[in-house]
Design a protein around this ligand. Structure first.
Ligand code: NAX
Length: 329
């Protein structure tokens, strides 16, 4: 047995946690020669529910599941971890504005960002809890002060990528594996821009394969932007299995080299590429060289239409940042 990978999951008693933990422990993510230790963080009132989840994990009898740490203290949860999946945050309540949610959840990521100083030197972080991009910016800012490189942080837009690829495959009548180069630009929110112009189906540009320019520019984009709301309307609960699946896809994409010519989407720190304001966590196309080393894909061609859409989501991220500016100090 080569090694043990330590994975922290926050909000582990929540619905995404429930879908995430068995798959992490099963060996399918880090390989069948790697043990997995789970470091589970919850708020104190949810510890009892979390203990129930841990009982279920025991009852799965996963041969690769190493230690399980259950705690309500971030410093304890993050001790020696290689991966942090920051899922825990409060959901948006009835009548709550996005701004209120940002103010409510932002402080969680100040404390957790600082506590990440306890992690292993190869730490990688994925922020899932909403508003994911801005929460990620907060956590990254505080962790960076403790010496953790900014490029170890990403906000999750993989669910949006998967949703977009699936819509395109359905329209083209192909299997979803035929869709590559799927970029989500910007925020994990209803302003995101899913980029069909640069996506490919069986290696060919999507507009050539699908043809319906109006569908690609209107219905496709809106369907992807509103997919989370559509799932809530149908299920009465927000996406959980697909969100957990996307988080695991992100982890696997970072751990392994990206297939030649392809890329995936992640909300990463902007240094001004593509004219996007520096200092935002902005989803762009990235390629991994494996083991968490990744680079932004440069030179993707953007039409005037794309630039307009990207501006809208950039403006939203600037506004979100302005709302939590004090939490970055
Ligand atoms: P749940 O409400 O089922 O679970 C959240 C859990 O987080 C709860 O158990 C809660 O006790 C815990 N929690 C709250 N504050 C915490 C803290 N300070 N430290 C540790 N744990 C804490 O929500 P769930 O459906 O699991 O969703 C979790 C988050 O993912 C939400 O913010 C949700 O909006 C977000 N999502 C993000 C997605 C993305 O693509 N980036 C998609 C799915 C999902 O909507």
């Amino acid at each position: 047995m080569a090694r043990t990978v330590k994975v922290a999951v926050t909000g582990a008693a929540g619905q995404i946690g429930y879908a995430l933990l068995p798959r992490l422990a099963s060996g399918e993510i880090f390989g069948h020669d790697t043990r997995v230790a789970l470091h589970l963080l919850e708020i104190t009132p949810a510890l009892s529910a979390l203990n129930g989840v841990v009982m279920e994990l025991q009852d799965c009898a996963f041969p690769l599941l190493d230690k399980v740490v259950v705690t309500d203290k971030a410093e304890e949860a993050f001790e020696g971890i290689n991966w942090a999946l920051l899922v825990g945050s409060k959901p948006r309540g009835k009548g709550m504005e996005r701004k209120d949610l940002i103010r409510d959840n932002g402080p969680i990521f100040v404390g957790q960002g600082k506590a990440l100083a306890k992690a292993a030197s190869d730490l990688q972080v994925l922020v899932v809890g909403n508003p994911a991009n801005t929460n990620c910016l907060i956590a990254m800012t505080h962790a960076h002060r403790a010496g953790i490189p900014r490029e170890r942080f990403a906000a999750m837009t993989r669910l949006d990528q998967n949703r977009a690829a699936s819509q395109l495959a359905d329209k083209a009548g192909v299997r979803v594996g035929a869709v590559t180069n799927m970029t989500i630009w910007g925020n994990h929110s209803a302003t995101q821009y899913p980029d069909a112009e640069n996506a490919r189906i069986n290696g060919k540009p999507v507009p050539e394969v699908i043809g319906h320019a109006a569908w690609l520019r209107e219905e496709f984009i809106q369907t992807v932007q509103q997919r989370g709301a559509a799932v809530i309307a149908a299920r009465g609960l927000s996406s959980a299995a697909s969100a957990a699946n996307a988080a695991l896809d992100h982890v696997m994409s970072m751990e392994r080299p990206t297939a030649e010519g392809d890329w995936f989407s992640a909300g990463v720190y902007s240094e001004g590429a593509y004219g996007i304001q520096a200092g935002l966590m902005f989803s762009v196309p990235v390629q991994s060289q494996g083991k968490g080393n990744w680079s932004r894909v440069e030179g993707v061609k953007l039409s005037d239409f794309a630039r307009e859409k990207i501006k809208v989501t950039e403006d939203e991220l600037k506004e979100e940042k302005a709302v939590i500016e004090d939490l970055l100090k």
